[in-house]
Design a protein. Structure first.
Ligand SMILES: [Zn+2]
Length: 238
């Protein structure tokens, strides 16, 4: 089964991080594939993503990032990305300044994603605009769209995030930046089928993010699901 990092930034933004650098880092610990998308600070676009994927088509999985305040353009841009082979979209409600469940701004992005059978990953560290209840609303509104809560609602609301992920079949918790104790409880209470490994590259300690899943997985099978199996299923990767 593939080892797949579900959350890494590339391009130029808060850092400069190329597709080659992503792959070199993957090779240090034997990771097979990585979901890549742009940094979401300030102005950003998706232009470099296909270039990186072309260099490493078997290793890098293209996701877009859009700012829904570019109202009509955001949905059109996302649709263009899906037509080019992108597999999902990253949203950052805090940095871009929108409420995740804002119907006017965000529904069109989920509608396009549903049409192209994509996956949505959203910064989910329990800030005002992306607290777990915002995810709950979107998961119920779009039950066919797989929705990943990056950072599991840590710091304040990781326990609520577990409850809501248990209530919504399409809501998953992605573990980047979540410390050991909380990671162990999330894995224990939510179960391996709803937990997805990501590293928030290039920002986090890559090996530590990987090792914490290994440490808290109850068995090899659970580890395989969390470290790549679940996201592979959502993306239709065999
Ligand atoms: Zn991130």
């Amino acid at each position: 089964m593939y080892k797949i990092d579900a959350h890494t930034h590339v391009g130029e933004g808060a850092a400069v991080w190329t597709g080659q650098q992503v792959v070199e880092r993957m090779d240090t610990i034997g990771v097979d594939k990585t979901v890549i998308f742009p940094f979401t600070e300030g102005y950003f676009n998706n232009d470099l993503i296909p270039q990186y994927v072309e260099e490493y088509p078997d290793r890098l999985i293209p996701f877009a990032a859009v700012n829904p305040w570019n109202t009509h353009e955001a949905a059109d841009e996302l649709e263009r990305c899906y037509q080019k082979g992108f597999k999902g979209v990253k949203l950052h409600p805090t940095l871009c300044g929108f409420r995740l469940s804002d119907k006017k701004l965000v529904n069109p992005l989920f509608e396009v994603t549903e049409a192209y059978k994509g996956v949505v990953i959203v910064h989910g560290s329990a800030d005002l605009y992306n607290c777990p209840l915002e995810f709950d609303r979107m998961a119920r509104r779009f039950p066919k769209v797989p929705l990943l809560m990056a950072h599991c609602g840590f710091f304040w609301e990781w326990e609520l995030a577990i409850e809501l992920a248990l209530e919504n079949d399409n809501l998953y918790l992605e573990t980047s930046r979540v410390p050991g104790m909380e990671s162990s409880k999330i894995i224990e209470k939510l179960g391996a089928t709803k937990v997805i490994w990501g590293t928030d590259g290039p920002f986090c300690d890559y090996e530590w993010e990987f090792n914490k899943i290994k440490r808290y997985a109850k068995c090899e099978h659970d580890f395989d699901l969390m470290i790549g199996g679940n996201i592979a299923n959502l993306l239709g990767i065999q």
